[in-house]
Design a protein around this ligand. Sequence first.
Ligand code: PLP
Length: 541
Amino acid sequence: MSKPDMSKLASLSPFELKDELIKLASSDADRLMLNAGRGNPNFLATIPRHGFWQLGLFAMRESERSFSYMPEGVGGFPRREGIEERFDLFAREFAHVPGVSFLAGAVSYVRDQLGLNAGAFLYEMCEGILACSYPVPDRMLKLSEVIVGQYIRKEMIGNHPFIGEFDLFAVEGGTAAMTYLFNSIRENHLLKPGDTIALGMPIFTPYIEIPELNDYKLVELSVDADPGNHWQYSNKELDKLRDPKVKAFFLVNPSNPPSVRMSDESLEYLASIIEERPDLIILTDDVYGTFADNFVSLFAMCPRNTILVYSFSKYFGATGWRLGVIATHRNNIFDERIAQLPEAARKELHERYTSITTEPDKLKFIDRLVADSRTVALNHTAGLSTPQQVQMVLFSLFSLMDTPDSYKIAMKRLIRSRKAALYREIGIAPEADDPNAVDYYTLLDIEALGGKALGPDFVKWVLASVEPNELLFRLAEESGVVLLPGRGFGTRHPSGRVSLANLNESDYAKIGRSIRKLFEEYVEKYNAATGNKADKNVVKK
Ligand SMILES: *Cc1c(COP(=O)(O)O)cnc(C)c1O
């Protein structure tokens, strides 16, 4: 590819660049494209899906108990009375069918472990899967909120001390969560154009792009993770949050793309900053939290200040389902700040929400999110579709019942062995074992890898003579391998993001070999250009 092309490509966003890379990588019809740029996993949780289909069949039986004298295909609503007994008969009759014993276990877990009414649960699930009623309550179905809340507690709070309750809003994935949050935060004057927000970098690109939109016009300040220290934030970087000019801190934890969770020390340090900055809004996107052991979210550390976003997409391989939740603590600064807004703003918001409640001033921030998500006036038909909520509940119960976390262990084994295959073939060992690494992605950092293999002079030469995107384009064109540039996520070093979630192990070995080939070629070029005699066959453990 010629030089002017490269400079034009430098101005593309990472997702536009990805499209260009895919075009190149798929240009050779005889070769399989290996797209490791996608975050979409190539695995999925089967047991809670089996449960979903079997529950659907049970719910159909329930529906067809009504109007059964009509042969035209008219059913009715399930009946609350006797539903538990009818389910027991169903579970016994089909005990051998995949998913049925999971469902039976789920019903007993809900009754015995969570102390909920099994009949009420079955009724909510049947009505939900038949999708014959609007979602009521609109924020989330009642028992569904309790059960998904338990899952969030287990995975995001764990054994961390936690006082009080939190509310959930079931949404169409992390994507909708972000869209709704940015909008309601602005509508409710929690952030206004010109306000400064801190972003924990590197970060999932939309968090950089959305605040820049004309709709928001927020000023961004980066809090940079240090690649030299396992991608943790130094205290000095976190100290930027002490500046009262900074109104909010948005972060992805565990991070995307470095895929490490914030260390316990940083969590504690940030919590101590919050004592000094009780007004700071935190938005933590913890969609990768479930890939870590004993994960503790900032939501557990600073519940009053923190909005939690969680998505079921990655962990359950469920991107097509569009499942996510927003959580806020019942005792939070958002409701307090709204109550303390200047008179004019309070009056404006009173008007805004007056159509949906007699006491609009008391409407909680999380319920304002629900209303705003449907332009307020359509609040009565707001909410996530009920079959989506049912699948979300079954995913949650699957995880709650899975002791000792065999799904999580299997998942981690899968992505770790892919990572091992990749680095084995590159011939340069990854960073030594980091207890905070989650490994959903791995960042191939030119400085780190080149430095490890051949030292700083080689790195200096590469950075001076090779455009980083050139490496990504050559990988795409010559080997059909697509990686995303780390730069687009706000990394300071040139790097490529490899998703470890969406290809098979043998593909990662192939990607590793392609990278190795490119590396050896550049070592030869380096030797030719500098007269050095670097060993291109070097392998670094
Ligand atoms: C994948 C991803 C999302 C989007 O999740 P969906 O639930 O599929 O919309 C949000 N945030 C981060 C950090 C992600 O990686």
